[in-house]
Ligand binder design. Structure first.
Ligand code: SAM
Ligand code: SF4
Ligand code: F3S
Length: 471
């Protein structure tokens, strides 16, 4: 079940898929890399930076790992399950390595950063281990591996943002793109491994972000999602100290590129989201009315142990403010069931908070202790697994009721939809999303990918709105 919810996380349906850039013509290159990505959207965005670095070094991309000279796996450490998935995949690559000794296998991302050189000990077939801030060194590490030298580069940086690298869009639909605006995290939530795997928070040059979004728009893209672990703490200062840009100002700059470019963002932190951000969303029609505001727990005591630095009441006041300023705003969350010492009453508080907030979307997990985190060092992981799973199921059941009600409330309404492609179930239908991030399916007629259409909703399922284009 945890698996099921993870699948949905930020397009995690793509977990482990191989990604091929549209422009890659396999025969043009003598050597090829294959990359598989796991984890959050930021990891998927990083794989596009990696593709750019490797293609500049003469590698072509392939989606057939059997024919690759270099296999890369961009990993996630957020929960134990995520790491298990990667290890299982590595055993499959081991077979191939036996038949093809010249094959180079590299582990990238958060698991590489967490395990460092130990990875080479634990997984003998791995040749290179590269952390999230060391991707520029990939070409030289691959060369060393070709010469028989195993190597590790897991140096974290205080200033690397890959701002000057134009990501190669992998497996893109040509409509939506992720754009990293910052890296790392300074928050130290006690359950979370990210500050250790991604390092200190740093904001990317605002103008490099705007230029990347402009280039995407000129290439036909119509939606960008600005990514960071805590976008509200984005804060960039120019080298001459004369200009600073906050997240609200950055969103405005991106929104002004064109009214035809939709702007989304993730993730917002309840302690940092400001009225400025909410009023900027309100001011621009092309900034989507949708906020991912993870709460993690409905109990103030548990939140304190999680080091989230806000209380239940603070979170509720933020939700109230969102509803006041942006009455049509879609709202989603992340929640963890069964964190250390969580009582039944505190679990009930998570359920009542969910009842209050009525999320349109929720990513729900049971607590998975991560080595080295504050919680692992300070607290006992004392909620038994069956209890964690039962509590998670209760959250899932309540969320499913709410999300169905939220879908049903949309029947009879009309939404502006950005067309993203042909429906997987029926080629005569297209799909897209409304501002609130809900998927809408409708008859194709003469409409095309990247069009904006007004769709009247006449029905819904648990996860999809069904409608007809009215203009
Ligand atoms: N930066 C985001 C924030 O602060 O909300 C979240 C980033 S994390 C990549 C995504 C989600 O994974 C978290 O919101 C949390 O719900 C979940 N998560 C993180 N560590 C976890 C753990 N040790 N066990 C279970 N879930 C965890
Ligand atoms: Fe992890 Fe907390 Fe940072 Fe999110 S804000 S990445 S949960 S430490
Ligand atoms: Fe996973 Fe690292 Fe993202 S731990 S969720 S890939 S930041």
């Amino acid at each position: 079940m945890q698996e099921l919810m993870e699948q949905k996380q930020h397009d995690e349906s793509k977990q482990g898929e191989a990604f091929l850039p549209a422009e890659s013509v396999l025969t043009h290159y003598e050597k090829h890399f294959y990359i598989e990505s796991y984890g959050c959207a930021m990891n998927f965005a990083d794989s596009e930076v990696v593709a750019s670095i490797l293609m500049a070094d003469g590698f072509g991309a392939t989606n057939d790992f059997q024919s690759a000279d270099l296999i890369l796996i961009n990993t996630c450490s957020i929960r134990e399950k995520a790491e298990e998935r990667v290890r299982k995949r590595l055993t499959e690559f081991r077979q191939l390595k036996r038949q093809k000794p010249g094959l180079v296998i590299g582990v990238l991302g958060c698991m590489a950063e967490r395990l460092k050189a130990a990875f080479l000990e634990e997984e003998k077939l791995v040749d290179i281990v590269v952390g999230p801030d060391a991707y520029r060194s990939l070409p030289s590490l691959v060369e060393e591996a070709n010469g028989g030298q195993k190597s590790v580069n897991v140096l974290l940086s205080r200033d690397e943002t890959y701002a000057d690298i134009s990501p190669i869009r992998l497996n893109s639909n040509g409509v939506n793109a992720f754009v990293s605006i910052m890296r790392g995290c300074n928050n130290m939530c006690s359950f979370c491994v990210v500050p250790f795997t991604r390092g200190r928070e740093r904001s990317r040059d605002a103008y490099s972000i705007v230029h990347e979004c402009e280039a995407l728009f000129n290439d036909g893209f119509r939606e960008v999602t600005l990514l960071g672990q805590n976008v509200d703490s984005y804060h960039w200062t120019s080298a001459d100290n004369k200009e600073t840009v906050t997240f609200a100002q950055l969103m405005e700059k991106v929104a002004l590129i064109s009214p035809l470019l939709r702007v989304r963002f993730s993730t917002s932190h309840p302690k940092d989201i400001t009225d400025d951000v909410l009023f900027t969303i309100k001011k621009y029609e092309n900034i989507c009315n949708y906020i991912h505001l993870p709460v993690q727990s409905g109990s103030s005591r548990v939140l304190q142990m999680m080091n989230r630095t806000y209380s239940r009441e603070w979170y509720i006041s933020k939700v109230n403010r969102i509803r006041e300023i942006l009455p049509d705003c879609g709202l989603s969350t992340d929640m963890i069931a069964g964190f250390c010492t969580e009582t039944e009453e505190e679990h009930q508080e998570s359920l009542t908070l969910m009842e209050y907030c009525r999320y349109d979307l929720a990513y729900l997990y049971f607590y998975s202790e991560r080595p080295g985190t504050l919680a692992a060092r300070r607290f006992e992981d004392d909620v038994p697994l069956p209890v964690k799973k039962r509590r998670l199921q209760e959250l899932v059941d309540l969320y499913r009721n709410h999300s169905l009600i939220s879908m049903q409330k949309d029947v009879g309404k009309t939404y502006k939809v950005l067309v993203e492609g042909v429906s997987k179930k029926d080629a005569d239908y297209l799909y897209g999303r409304n501002e609130q991030n809900k998927v809408i399916v409708f008859p194709k007629e003469n409409h095309q990918k990247s069009d904006y259409v007004m769709v009247h909703v006449h029905d819904c399922t648990a996860g999809t709105l069904l409608g007809n284009v009215i203009k």
